[in-house]
Write a protein that binds this ligand. Structure first.
Ligand code: SF4
Length: 287
């Protein structure tokens, strides 16, 4: 199995390396091992290919916004929601997905956040890996992947990177930071901000900004993550039997929600006593 020839980083990798605030006790490095080192094994591939209902809802919601702006007249038409639902082939999905996506479409039709915005980029959300950005400095070199949902120009000419969310998980600022770093390379010299918008709750995050000095430290931190992960991959490919040493498991009640629980030798599938259900991040992220 080949190892990527150059280290890479993305928000997805960052989230697999280090937990978001409040998620520390559920964080398991072995998940990173399955996702990023063993992803081509048939069993792992099959598990990664199965989108969960929340993931499907996220993808369809993003695609719905894309379709509304691709066929703008639908935002004004009274049957616009039905038309977009048809384009998404919503009737082929299960009931929970259908209901929640329809509600999202209705909410967006009632209050389209991007209406009259100067949109530079709006992605359908199912386009796979974005093109990597090569970051080549004196001390490090890595590829950065940043799949931006939407980029538009604010009225004060600031570049605005917007990420759509669904569900109840809290916004993870690190994702916005990665976008701001990517924007520095994709749109050099432009002032940029990032924000999140939850399509189900119609809730906007604060605007996230980062100064030049913070961008440099962020880039350095991502280079470190990329190099460390690359080293882990090399170690694993040299000695696949060391999987659990390189990517140590952290079993617990959260294993019941882990997509790898059926193939993980360390999965703890006991019924937990009085534990609250963790919100685990999706695994099928682009990057
Ligand atoms: S089942 Fe548990 S120990 Fe195994 S990878 Fe998932 S979270 Fe980690």
């Amino acid at each position: 199995m080949s190892i990527p020839d150059r280290p890479f980083a993305s928000y997805h990798l960052w989230s697999l390396v280090a937990p978001a605030t409040g998620q520390e006790r559920w964080h398991c490095q072995m998940r990173r091992g399955f996702v990023k080192a063993r992803q081509h094994e048939p069993q792992v591939k099959a598990l990664l290919g199965k989108a969960t209902p929340p993931q499907r809802i996220g993808i369809l919601a993003q695609k719905g916004v894309y379709e509304f702006h691709h066929h703008r007249h639908l935002l004004k038409q009274s049957d616009g929601v039905d038309q977009v639902a048809k384009l998404l082939q919503l009737s082929h999905t299960d009931r929970e997905v259908q209901q929640r996506v329809r509600q999202i479409l209705q909410k967006y039709h009632n209050a389209p956040l991007l209406l009259n915005k100067n949109i530079l980029q709006l992605t359908p959300g199912d386009e796979g890996f974005p093109k990597p950005i090569l970051i080549d400095q004196d001390d490090y070199c890595f590829r950065l992947y940043a799949a931006m949902d939407c980029v538009f120009i604010d009225s004060d000419r600031t570049l605005h990177i917007l990420d759509f969310k669904t569900g109840k998980a809290a916004f993870d600022q690190r994702q916005a930071l990665v976008y701001l770093l990517a924007a520095r390379y994709l749109y050099p010299g432009r002032e940029a901000v990032a924000s999140f918008y939850n399509l189900e709750l119609c809730k906007k995050s604060e605007l996230i900004r980062i100064n030049h000095h913070e961008l440099a430290s962020l880039e350095f931190e991502l280079a470190h993550i990329a190099q460390q992960h690359q080293r882990d991959l090399q170690k694993y490919h040299q000695e696949t039997g060391d999987f659990s040493k390189i990517f140590p498991p952290n079993p617990g009640s959260h294993c019941r929600f882990c997509p790898f629980r059926t193939i993980c030798d360390f999965a703890d599938l006991k019924q937990p006593q009085g534990h609250s259900m963790p919100i685990l991040k999706g695994l099928g992220a682009r990057g």
